[in-house]
Design a binder for this molecule. Structure first.
Ligand code: UDP
Length: 255
């Protein structure tokens, strides 16, 4: 039985980082190539999902959803609940790689700009030298390319495919292709490859621990202000919407 906390209609599992690795392992062992879906909702996800019914419905169907941001912690707190732990996307990525190396699971990296998943592979192999990364491809695969990539993945039949195309693109991609993908789990990975490849620098550890990484990213990428403008609306929604309903879509009116 999954213990979940629902934030503005989006159910999120209340688990630790270690448990996220164990659950992923269990899903892989049980899957038999049925493409279990793992997502990592953050504040932007929740806001996008409340405007986009398809995205909202897809998030209801995850096999695991990890709590990815400070805003998600706040959403629980405002219901007088508490997540055991915040699980940043990169921490989950590394935990699963650790489990994969130990268990001999195979991995495919899909997403980011050309060169980024290859550089990610090179860098993570320094930490996990026995990890089996069986394939990589960038995330710009519209048209013919998409078919080729799916065929390549299906030939390799990896246990895990990490899809890093940003939300909601990656979740929709996983959802729409899950029946044809011969993989055990597919998980949305956002901008993680950009960090792993060293394209974007992460905040110093102290800033990460304070939960202020969003401010660090904003200072380095001022364009993010547009994306972050949803945050005040999020807080207002948290205050006024009692979050008792799982899976009930109530579109947020255009501001
Ligand atoms: N991306 C991609 N294909 C696309 C659009 C985006 O692979 O069609 C990649 C992009 O190169 C970047 C990531 O998706 O690496 C999105 O990163 P973002 O920081 O937006 O994700 P977040 O972690 O904020 O969800």
């Amino acid at each position: 039985m999954r213990e979940q906390i629902t934030i503005l209609g989006v159910p999120i599992d209340n688990i630790t980082l270690e448990e996220s690795g164990e659950i992923t392992k269990r899903l892989i062992l049980e899957s038999h190539k049925t493409c279990k879906m793992i997502f990592a909702p953050n504040t932007e996800f929740v806001m996008k999902a409340n405007k986009d019914k398809e995205f909202f419905d897809i998030l209801q169907q995850s096999d695991l959803s990890t709590p990815d941001s400070v805003g998600i912690m706040l959403g629980a707190k405002m219901q007088k609940k508490k997540f055991k732990q915040r699980i940043p996307g990169q921490a989950y990525f590394r935990e699963v790689l650790r489990v994969a190396e130990k268990e001999g699971f195979t991995v495919y990296l899909l997403g980011g700009m050309p060169g980024i998943p290859e550089k990610t592979k090179e860098n993570v192999l320094k930490s996990f030298p026995n990890l089996k990364i069986v394939g990589t491809h960038d995330g710009y695969i519209e048209g013919e390319k998409e078919r080729e990539v799916i065929e390549e993945i299906n030939q390799l039949q990896p246990n895990i495919v990490f899809v890093a195309m940003g939300a909601p693109k990656q979740e929709k991609w996983i959802y729409h292709h899950r029946k044809e993908l011969k993989v055990d789990v597919a998980t949305g990975q956002g901008g993680t490859f950009d960090y792993e490849a060293g394209r974007i620098k992460r905040a110093p550890k102290a800033i990460q621990k304070m939960g202020m990484e969003w401010l660090w990213r904003l200072a380095r990428e001022p364009k993010r202000i547009v994306r972050m403008s949803v945050l005040p609306v999020y807080v207002v929604k948290l205050i006024f919407k009692k979050d008792k309903t799982k899976g009930k879509f109530e579109p947020i009116k255009a501001e």
